[in-house]
Design a protein around this ligand. Structure first.
Ligand code: DSN
Length: 478
């Protein structure tokens, strides 16, 4: 490959796009410039490789391929079969799973496929067996509802949103909270950590059909062996949503009790966070649930996206290379250096630190809401997102927390020394921001005061920090 093949590819693509709608070409160029200039600390974002990005821009996008490899509802899917099988094969090898389903378009879709598969396995199949029929359509509506009531334990126990769980783990405004009768487990108020005895107690009381582990904002490892024992003790199916930390599992940073794949009945993930692939989702499971999972499309999902499945195959091949394990370890080293840098400067961190890719700041110690802190940091060139902290008094909109993560900056090449500089920049912004007031003088949870000169100075320092670590260094668009 010539040195500038990547530049040539992206430049040519933009030229073709510009001839049709120049504003889109301009926006694509502007997005690269923005990403290059900002200190991206959003824990769920990353930078996919040029190979992964380029794999998505082609005629695979035009193909319908409902069904599964070799068993499609459309003709002419032989090439889609090739890339879907490759993606699944890489996923199985990478994670040591016996089955991989790579069609979900997102993490939410992957979770819906998993919920469907579990319900089909635990409710529909026994109901059909009891009625001695093969399909729901063979039953009268009344018989089906009676059987569902009799067999239909549809209870889910998942981590609560303010403890760091995800909205698809049964949070009421999400469809999962409407499909399932849901209860949640939180964290110990003193330590911020999962209290496994409390989870076991909740499971005994509630006897869920599904026990869900996994998180979007919990900065610690989860012991999946213990969680599986809890699930087994009440006959629940154990599901892990590893969307946030899939890269750490792939890179063998999370092993043994902390690797969900050997312990869970079913594992879901996104492919674009710490795993660094294209935007999308994936389900891993054993042979017991494989057939139900493969019915995901059209049962739950719209037509698969072959161009994205092809990109999943490329990204998963990248994750199987030895340097990915090094990358995964550096993500955690960087998160810990960032946490230590913040703690040294007096910042309050939920659980007092991290052992994964993310750090959760409780910014109420700076007298700020998460929303005020998020905007002040953004003014200063630091991109984060506000997030609830356990027992948050400011609710899910304003929040009291800021979530930061290291997968993206680690991809750029920043290391522990740069994390200390980053901690200094964050602390300076937060300690120099004060809450603002509404027009009538009452305190505002959104308004804030930060001297623009301070914001500019920090922004410049952030740009200087990034200058040594160019994003997509092989690509120049002009
Ligand atoms: N949006 C993802 C995150 O930021 O964690 C989860 O859905």
């Amino acid at each position: 490959m010539s040195l500038n093949a990547e530049s040539t590819a992206f430049r040519s693509a933009l030229e073709v796009i510009r001839a049709v709608e120049p504003r889109v070409a301009d926006a694509i160029g502007a997005e690269l410039a923005d990403q290059r200039e900002s200190l991206k600390l959003i824990a769920s974002e990353n930078y996919a490789s040029p190979a992964t990005l380029l794999t998505m821009g082609n005629w695979f996008s035009d193909k319908y391929a409902e069904g599964t490899v070799g068993r499609r509802f459309y003709a002419g899917c032989q090439n889609v079969d090739t890339v879907e099988a490759l993606a699944a094969e890489h996923a199985k090898e990478l994670f040591g799973a016996s089955h991989a389903y790579v069609q979900p378009h997102s993490g939410i879709d992957a979770n819906l496929v998993a919920f469907w598969a579990i319900l089909a396995d635990r409710v529909e199949s026994p109901a059909l067996k009891k009625a001695q029929v093969r399909q729901v359509n063979d039953l009268t509506e009344a018989d089906w509802f009676a059987l569902r009531r009799e067999l239909g334990n549809q209870r889910m126990l998942g981590m609560s949103l303010d403890a760091g769980g995800h909205l698809t783990h049964g949070f009421r405004p999400n469809i999962s909270g409407k499909m399932f009768d849901q209860r949640s487990y939180g964290t110990d108020p003193a330590t911020g950590l999962i209290d496994y005895d409390r989870v076991a107690e909740a499971a005994r009381e509630f006897t869920p059909l599904i026990l869900v582990a996994g998180y979007s904002a919990y900065p610690r490892k989860v012991n999946f062996r213990i969680m599986r024992e809890i699930a087994d003790s009440v006959g629940a199916t154990f599901m892990v949503d590893m969307a946030h930390f899939a890269g750490l599992v792939a890179g063998k940073v999370f092993t043994g009790d902390f690797d969900p794949v050997p312990h869970a009945h079913i594992v879901t993930t996104t492919t674009h966070k710490s795993l660094r692939g294209p935007r999308g989702g994936m389900v891993l499971c054993g042979p017991e649930l494989a057939d139900q999972v493969d019915r995901g499309c059209p049962m739950v999902l719209g037509g698969p996206l072959p161009h994205v499945m092809a990109a999943k195959a490329v990204a998963l091949a990248e994750a199987r290379r030895p340097d990915f394990a090094d990358y995964a370890q550096r993500i955690v080293d960087n998160a810990q250096a960032l946490a230590e840098g913040l703690l040294r400067r007096g910042t309050t961190l939920v659980t007092g630190g991290t052992d994964n890719h993310l750090v959760l700041l409780d910014v109420s110690s700076y007298g700020l809401t998460g929303r005020q802190a998020e905007q002040a940091l953004l003014d200063s060139g630091i991109v984060t997102n506000r997030n609830a902290v356990p027992q948050d008094r400011n609710g899910a909109w304003y929040t009291s927390g800021i979530r930061i993560g290291t997968p993206a900056l680690t991809t750029r090449g920043l290391g522990t020394a740069e994390m200390d500089v980053t901690a200094e920049l964050i602390h300076t912004v937060l300690s120099q921001t004060t809450p603002g007031a509404n027009a009538d003088g009452t305190p505002s949870k959104a308004k804030y005061v930060l001297d623009p000169a301070t914001a500019d100075k920090i922004s410049k320092q952030a740009t200087d920090l990034l200058a040594t670590f160019p994003l997509y260094p092989t690509i120049t668009l002009t």
